[in-house]
Ligand binder design. Structure first.
Ligand code: NAD
Ligand code: IPM
Ligand code: MN
Length: 361
């Protein structure tokens, strides 16, 4: 098989530390002959921005798409860039610039010890959130008038297109149908669309209509609607009832931090920014966590599981399986960072995963 050409952008804060452990695991797969890999690192982030004034070079996203099979990123955010300009231009820039319209965020709890819900076990927490990733409240459309005065006024636009809603709904429904096909689920998959069309009468109403239209193409799925506030409580009260959730950009952002908590915390959660058939960008759900950066406290498992997702999406499913199993084995053995109850440092946790990699299959 041709080498996997991987671009790595660690970014800021703990992004640097967690990405380095994900790369350690990928390197171990390469050393074991389980993966042919070519890695190129890019320095984009707060440090680079402060030193050079550049967020990303002209044409960078086109080059990523042309020269690489996938991109692994860490996190962006630094107190020295209070308006977060570099994060918007790099991270949101990739999502919109590379048209990565699917933000796939699995919510899967790997061990009972990580499940925060009373009376529930890890088996109850296993669903996927599909977040629309290129429109909604994330386009920076709006403006402010008379800032700093008592008459101050701000407008923040939330943009929804039929094409945007249809394509993310189609992807989520297609994913759900594939879930059911090898009888992995043992029943018809349930796809829930979450919006707030009782208040957001225009964008919300478009979501509701288009979701059910598209659902008509997927007779193997049970399509249902839930208001996003009700879904938030359902995620806590009865996560086992959920298979696939599809929602807009902002609601998906919020729900997936709640989803991260159901998996043991932000340090455990993986995600992929995907355009099917194109170079996609994989990043853990967590941010740069400035208060713990540089201390070896960051949990690298979210980033390592993100690398597994990248492997799966690029056709290396055996390697992805071995990484996921190794992380699960570490969690079961208590070989984790303190945020999930263990005593290991960030790099010790990465080494523990490498030790448990089984690349024989
Ligand atoms: P955060 O995810 O960085 O941190 C939230 C809390 O979770 C903190 O208490 C932090 O210590 C903890 N945490 C997060 N990841 C962890 C890990 N791997 N191991 C252990 N603990 C972990 O979110 P925040 O504090 O709201 O944001 C900090 C900065 O990161 C901001 O600039 C924000 O804009 C940015 N951010 C970036 C991304 C991204 O690049 N994908 C995502 C979220 C936030
Ligand atoms: C995420 C983050 C980003 C988002 C921020 C850093 C712009 O919270 O990836 O979840 O809101 O999408
Ligand atoms: Mn977020």
């Amino acid at each position: 098989m041709r080498a996997l050409r991987l671009a790595v952008v660690p970014g800021d804060g703990i992004g640097v530390e967690t990405t380095s452990e994900a790369v350690r695991v990928l390197d171990a797969l390469r050393a074991a002959g389980a993966l042919d890999l070519l890695i190129t690192a890019f320095p984009w982030g707060a440090e680079h921005f402060l030193a050079t004034g550049e967020t990303v070079p002209e044409g960078a996203f086109e080059r990523l798409s042309l020269d690489f099979d996938a991109v692994l990123v860490g996190a962006f955010g630094d107190p020295r860039v209070p308006d977060n300009r570099h994060a918007r231009e790099i991270l949101l820039g990739m999502r919109t610039g590379m048209d990565l319209y699917v933000n796939q965020r699995p919510v899967k709890c790997l061990h009972d010890s990580l499940c925060p819900l009373k009376g529930r076990s890890a088996a109850d927490v296993d669903f996927v959130v599909f977040r629309e990733n290129t429109e909604g409240a994330y386009l920076g459309l709006g403006g402010a008038v008379r800032p700093g005065t008592p008459e101050e006024l701000a407008v923040e636009e939330d943009l929804t297109t039929r094409r945007g809603v249809a394509r993310i709904c189609r992807y989520a429904l297609g994913f759900a149908e594939r879930l059911a096909r090898p009888a992995r689920l043992g029943r018809r998959p349930r796809v829930l669309m979450a919006d707030k069309h009782n208040v957001q009468r225009f964008g919300g109403e478009l979501w509701r209509r288009v979701f059910f239209e598209v659902a008509g193409e997927f007779p193997g799925c049970d399509a249902a609607h839930m208001f996003v506030d009700a879904l938030a409580q359902q995620m806590v009260r009865d996560p086992a009832s959920l298979d696939v959730v599809v929602t807009n950009n902002l609601f998906g952002d919020i729900l997936t931090d709640l989803g991260a908590a159901l998996q043991g915390g932000l340090g455990m959660a993986a995600s992929g920014n995907i355009h099917p058939g194109r170079t996609s960008v994989f990043e853990p759900v967590h941010g740069s966590a400035p208060s713990i950066a540089g201390k070896g406290l960051a949990n690298p498992f979210g980033s390592i599981l993100t690398a597994a997702m990248l492997l799966r999406e690029t056709g290396h499913s055996a390697a992805a399986d071995s990484v996921e199993s190794a992380v699960a084995a570490c969690v079961a053995a208590g070989e984790t960072t303190p945020d999930v109850g263990g005593r290991l440092s960030t790099s010790e946790a990465g080494v523990a995963v490498v030790r448990r990699l089984d690349v024989s299959g």
